[in-house]
Design a protein around this ligand. Structure first.
Ligand code: SAM
Length: 307
């Protein structure tokens, strides 16, 4: 039997392959046609938002192979699902949650998080690449997730009210605009700043007191040549809550390995607490993953009680 995910992918793919244009642009058109007339796709009830996200994601992955957007890598599902789980646990009991993703790309990570908190979450997505914003915007409509989009350099001033939570897979590398970077504490005295450092500072600036920043960042963040600038900023302006190492097997080589960094914006009456240092086990090992998630759940319960 054909699943809903396969039907969605096949509808977008058949349309995109039939057009003499960029696959991703045609995929956007296909999604627009689907939105205009949902009966074009004979899906099997019940249709979940995760099925819609996954079907579109398969088409985007295919389109990315044809013409990868510069510097873009969609956040893999295994990482997105883990972050969705952690984010929803940290927001347990909260009726309405606002989220910012300042480097939203296709929105795949953001929508995984939103689907995990469906019905009680709204988001702001910032992205510099307009094709990715178009893809992300049509996906949000099909998912019926409330998202406000900004097409801009997220490190320029942002017209976003402070959010409960920032979640982002950070772009890694140097940020070329030294003049703009001068406004950041994380601009080093010499040379270019690291974009991923500035993104952390910008994100925490737009996060409410007591709110969390959940970032996918290079595993060597704390040991880079600019760590002497980063350490005092993290110590004075944030509270490091957790560093979760992702399995090397998820990355092309160990030097590209990433971790999940969870920061909290300090609030009055905040107590010191230990930093959770954890390592995600082999994700195909169900028993090890269940134990790991148990540990994460105990930790998130303690963290959400502290607020
Ligand atoms: N989570 C995204 C997804 O699932 O598709 C992937 C994010 S990707 C690792 C990082 C994104 O940051 C890219 O889409 C890139 O275009 C964007 N980006 C890089 N520099 C930026 C900037 N200065 N302002 C806004 N977006 C930027």
């Amino acid at each position: 039997m054909t699943t809903n995910v396969q039907k969605i992918f096949s509808f977008i793919d058949t349309y995109a392959e039939s057009k003499e244009m960029l696959y991703l642009e045609a995929a956007i058109e296909a999604c627009e046609r689907w939105l205009d007339d949902p009966s074009k796709l004979l899906l099997t009830d019940p249709i979940s938002k995760e099925e819609i996200r996954r079907g579109i994601q398969l088409a985007i992955l295919k389109g990315m192979k044809q013409s990868a957007q510069p510097h873009h890598q969609m956040t893999p599902d295994s990482i997105g699902m883990l972050i969705g789980h952690i984010a929803s646990k940290l927001a347990d009991g909260q009726q309405s949650v606002t989220v910012l993703d300042p480097a939203a790309g296709t929105g795949n990570l953001l929508y995984t998080v939103m689907n995990a908190m469906d019905g009680r979450i709204s988001a702001t997505a910032v992205e510099i690449d307009d094709l990715l914003v178009k893809l992300s915007a049509i996906t949000s409509e099909l998912l019926e997730q409330p998202v406000t989009f900004f097409i801009q350099d997220a490190l320029r001033p942002l017209l976003v009210d402070p959010v409960d939570m920032t979640v982002s897979d950070l772009p890694v590398g140097f940020y070329p605009d030294d003049e703009n970077a001068m406004d950041y504490e994380l601009m080093p005295k010499e040379g270019h700043a690291y974009a991923h450092h500035l993104f952390i500072e910008q994100s925490m600036k737009h996060t409410k007191e007591g709110g969390f920043g959940i970032f996918i960042m290079p595993a060597n963040l704390f040991d880079s040549d600019q760590s002497s600038v980063l350490h005092p900023y993290l110590k004075n302006k944030t509270a490091i809550r957790a560093v979760i190492q992702l399995p090397d097997s998820l990355f092309k080589n160990a030097s590209l390995a990433k971790s999940i960094l969870i920061l909290q914006k300090p609030f009055s009456g905040m107590k010191q607490s230990d930093v959770l240092l954890a390592k995600v086990p082999d994700m195909t090992n169900k028993h090890a993953m269940a134990l790991f998630l148990q540990k994460i759940d105990m930790w998130t319960e303690e963290e959400s009680l502290k607020k």
